[in-house]
Design a protein around this ligand. Sequence first.
Ligand SMILES: Nc1nc2c(ncn2[C@@H]2O[C@H](COP(=O)(O)OP(=O)(O)OP(=O)(O)O)[C@@H](O)[C@H]2O)c(=O)[nH]1
Ligand SMILES: [Mg+2]
Length: 433
Amino acid sequence: MFVDQVEVYVKAGDGGNGAVAFRREKYVPRGGPSGGDGGRGGSVIAVADEAVHTLMDFRYQKHLKAKNGRPGGSSNKTGADGEDLIIKVPVGTIVRDLGTSEVIADLAAPGQRAVLARGGAGGRGNARFATPVRRAPKFAEKGEPGQARQILLELRLLADVGIIGYPNAGKSTLLSRISAARPKIADYPFTTLAPVLGVVQVDHDSFVAADIPGLIEGASQGLGLGHQFLRHIMRTRLLVHVVDVSEHSGRDPLSDWENIREELRLYDPSLADRPEIVAANKCDLPGSSQRAALLRARLEPAGTKVFEISAVTGEGVGKLLYAVREELAKLPPPQPLAEPEAEVVEYVARGPRLREVTIHRDGDVFVVSGEGVERLLVRTDIDNEAAMARFSGMLEKAGIYQLLREHGMKPGDTIRIGDEEFIYGDEFDIDRD
Ligand SMILES: Nc1nc2c(ncn2[C@@H]2O[C@H](COP(=O)(O)OP(=O)(O)OP(=O)(O)O)[C@@H](O)[C@H]2O)c(=O)[nH]1
Ligand SMILES: [Mg+2]
């Protein structure tokens, strides 16, 4: 069964709570704070996988939840992170937030990932809140709840060429002739019930063609199988419109052609401008050449090329493929609906002391790297409040905090420099001397 649209509820794991604990040492009545941080909650992540062809699995699995982070422990033990839930979706899946109807991601290439729900940060343990004046904090931070939302997964096949036309026109026969795909072929309408993709090789080039189930009048309003599959035409760059020109079909090729064009336009006006090549099919049958000539006389003056073919004997199919290849070469590559998620954001700051600094994001952590800043940190006694204040002040002067804030850093976020991690916030703040 081909399922190409499904609603699911996604819930990321909550962050574990930070712990309140104190060191217990012999002869020391009250040791320092030692409550560890909670682990971060797992995220729900979608990955585009070429081996997956439908969203069917999600019909029976509408709640997708990742694991919670574990709470922090004593002796500064950090709680374990919750495991991410990774789900595999077909290439071409568009992810929409149902609350806002915003497109969250367009997983247009194999291996592309999108976070559907982000895991909550772990709470910080009381050890993190110790300062020279507050040596024994009796509080810790609670874990952040994981993100939850209702989303729509929608598959829109990615194909260079959409093979369209009336039922029984010979679309599947054509695809099976030009590729290794084996769609069902039979002499009755609506044989093909779901789109089928095939890779077509033309000399050293190749392209992907999709055999779209037959369209009829009213398809744009939901008649036939049409409506459900018209969305898959949206992402093709070129249409091969198969028209049955045999006499025995008893059809009028020109009105068939016009009707389908009209349905495309009604479904989405942008489809009216989609480049198109017409394949006048079943030319091995009697009476087809006059009918093909009539079609050609009407369409070619308006700029639409017509090729006479027989999908069964292969006659004319080679010429059609060369024309398709030539046309595709002129067309721009398809544009994704959303930019791929940036796993890493990088930019560069220049400061007199710290020279070149690169900042990127690794998940939720802001990583600052650069020879100058790393050397400065090595020479800073990080257990000494005053030394850290000086270090922090230098980051501020170099404009590094400013850049981090512009890229979304908030108090409480983690900054990593070299092997050390810091929390951006009250304690690790700026000494503006
Ligand atoms: N003689 C002849 N018959 C053809 C040709 N192309 C297709 N046919 C026949 O037409 C019938 C329909 O072919 P299909 O390829 O199943 O048609 P389709 O357009 O995929 O039909 P749907 O999937 O129902 O939309 C089959 O019996 C084919 O053998 C052709 O070039 N010549
Ligand atoms: Mg078919």
